[in-house]
Design a protein. Sequence first.
Length: 56
Amino acid sequence: MLCSKSILLAPGIDGRKGMTAAFDGLPLDSEPVNLHLTNVTSYLNGSVWLRYSINK
């Protein structure tokens, strides 16, 4: 089964103490998810849209 995932990155830093990270909270014994980059779109404001596929 082929799944697709994406993430939109915008230029900026949020280092506020106590704020949860985007991928925080997985158990330490969980396996990493391997991704394959399928497409990149960049925008004039510095944002980047990354699209990936996941083979399950």
